[in-house]
Design a protein around this ligand. Structure first.
Ligand code: NAD
Length: 359
């Protein structure tokens, strides 16, 4: 059976890493009809928006998408298309496994962590009030009157909503993942000692969910600052880590650093019925079109996608082929060589060729 999957190449390095990945997935023999959908700054002139309705409709229809990174220009009118896709489709759980691959240089070995990040709430909700605007002044006055605390009048304000509903479904996702994947422990992470009514609520709601898994999966809590130090010092103590949106974003990059960098860190965003697979890394605009960057992160996201659509055998074969090529260290991109100026480094597309040959 041929399966329809939406492919959003994105911008910057997106199209090249997605094309390399598409070729590898097709080479596994799984029959996929890739429905190409556009998004990003480059298409605003054509559609009047960086996120056309057609793209969202394609994901809704096919239920599964593979997505390249999309640039978020700083200081311009539009917000992140990546965040908008997650919010529009209610892809509430972002899953980011961080596993060491032999041959990837890192200060750490045998890392096997899974970050589960909430995707729809927190400071990413996009509710912001610009400094100096009339509504911001009104809000400051209202907050001062309600809280009895002063806010400097030249402040900008970002709102941090965290709900019981949003937290419970995220933490349940983390526990269900743990059960399904033979994991032992879920660690919830916030700064609840300071933000009692948002991060404190996250812990309280997480504890409620954890009760349903008592005896099966261990549950513990950490504060985010301490967790950063612990992960750098003794990452082997942790397993599945569940966090609100912003802490999850930051900790994902920290965990990617533990396994050798963004070039090898995959991810996926899940809703109740929809799933969008994408690497942690961004569009790295300075490498655009150079056939230089590492396609592994998007390829490993595609491995997760194959697993998700029930193509477990193809997922394992692709994972093994990627691992083999990286371990050999010959046909790999510059970032996987001991010396980044190594002239034997191959391009994005040649690394894909080597992976296809290893399948
Ligand atoms: P980035 O991840 O694009 O790049 C940071 C650095 O990491 C690069 O300069 C490069 O040295 C390295 N890197 C990233 N991907 C790599 C790969 N595949 N192979 C080898 N090296 C790689 O982060 P940034 O520079 O902060 O962001 C660039 C743009 O991407 C911004 O507009 C940002 O908003 C956007 N972004 C998008 C997503 C997404 O689409 N989900 C995620 C993060 C950032």
């Amino acid at each position: 059976m041929t399966r329809n999957i939406t492919l959003i190449p994105g911008d910057g390095i997106g199209p090249e890493v997605c094309e390399a990945t598409r070729r590898c997935v097709d080479a596994t023999g799984v029959k996929i009809n890739w429905e190409i959908a556009e998004a990003g700054a480059d298409i605003i002139e054509k559609y009047g928006t960086p996120l056309p309705k057609e793209t969202l409709d394609s994901i809704r229809k096919n239920k599964v998408a593979l997505k390249g990174p999309i640039t978020t220009p700083i200081g311009t009118g539009f917000r992140s298309v990546n965040v908008a896709i997650r919010k529009e489709l209610d892809l509430y759980a972002c899953l980011r496994p961080c596993r060491s691959y032999k041959g990837v240089r890192s200060k750490y070995q045998n890392i096997d962590l899974v970050v589960v990040r909430e995707n729809t709430e927190d400071l990413y909700a996009g509710i912001e009030f610009e400094e100096g605007k009339a509504e911001t002044k009104k809000l400051i006055a209202e907050i001062e009157s309600l809280s009895g605390k002063n806010i400097r009048e030249d402040s900008g304000i970002s709102i941090k909503p965290i709900s019981i509903f949003g937290t419970k479904r995220l933490v349940k996702f983390a526990f269900d993942y743990a059960v399904k994947n033979n994991r032992k422990k879920v660690t919830a992470v916030t700064k609840a000692n300071i933000m009692k009514f948002t991060d404190g609520l996250f812990f309280a709601a997480a504890r409620e969910v954890a009760k349903q898994y008592e005896g099966k999966i261990e549950y513990e809590e950490r504060l985010i600052d301490n967790m950063c130090m612990q992960l750098v010092q003794k990452p082997e103590l942790y397993d599945v880590i569940a966090l609100p949106n912003l802490y999850g974003d930051i900790l994902s990059d920290l965990c990617a650093g533990l396994i050798g960098g963004l070039g090898v860190a995959p991810g996926a965003n899940f809703g109740n019925e929809l799933a969008v697979f994408e690497a942690i890394h961004g569009s790295a605009p300075k490498y655009k079109g150079l056939n230089k960057v590492n396609p592994t992160a998007v390829m490993l996201s595609a491995v997760m996608m194959l697993e998700y659509i029930g193509e477990s055998d193809a997922a394992k074969r692709l994972d093994r082929a990627i691992a083999k090529v990286i371990a050999e260290g010959k046909s790999v991109t510059y970032d996987l060589k001991p010396n980044r100026d190594d002239p034997t480094a191959v391009g994005t597309s040649q690394m894909a060729d080597a992976i296809i040959a290893a399948l």
